[in-house]
Design a protein around this ligand. Sequence first.
Ligand SMILES: CC(C)(COP(=O)(O)OP(=O)(O)OC[C@H]1O[C@@H](n2cnc3c(N)ncnc32)[C@H](O)[C@@H]1OP(=O)(O)O)[C@@H](O)C(=O)NCCC(=O)NCCS
Length: 176
Amino acid sequence: MKGEITINSQIATVPTETVSFELPTLEDGSAMWELVNNSTLDQNSAYKYIMMCEYFAETCVVAKENGKLVGFVTAFIPPKRQDVIFVWQVGVDPSQRGKGIASKLLNELINRKACENIRFVEATVTPSNKASQSLFRKLAREYNTKCSVSDLFTEDLFPSDDHEAELNFRVGPIQK
Ligand SMILES: CC(C)(COP(=O)(O)OP(=O)(O)OC[C@H]1O[C@@H](n2cnc3c(N)ncnc32)[C@H](O)[C@@H]1OP(=O)(O)O)[C@@H](O)C(=O)NCCC(=O)NCCS
């Protein structure tokens, strides 16, 4: 069921009343890894997700329906740029896409206590990933701010020929 709620003066779409947005636990790491394995996201070891759940839980969010993981965002604050939250990965189960879950994950993240000094949300996105580009452009619209795009990780940095460039999407400044 869809509806609208107000979060810090922002209107957000509620995908379903049964989806909760939570701090990840260590046990969520393997489900995050499985969701990634079934998506177009870059594959990483399960260890990486378990490690994020242990050391970066305050800047990661899991979306669950009836206890099952249906989406997540992993992020961290770069040590030298304390006003930035860098979104490493955001993924939603294919069966749950288009319901506003990714937008809600980002809003939950931005409004965490750990992000109280954040003014910019950054992420890298490949030129072909239109869904992800729409997600960050929508975030900028929601906060009535800019979304700038610049080169960051060029194709030549990757060890194989089959990795697209990763563009830097920077949303902000964000007023909360
Ligand atoms: C990108 C992703 C996380 C979006 O999740 P979602 O829950 O479906 O996104 P939302 O429902 O919150 O939609 C956010 C915006 O993106 C748009 N969008 C979502 N999927 C889209 C698609 N396939 N093509 C174009 N726009 C799309 C939505 O329409 C919405 O924008 P709008 O309100 O302006 O219309 C999801 O498609 C996914 O998991 N993709 C695979 C993993 C990935 O590429 N992650 C991002 C790279 S880190």
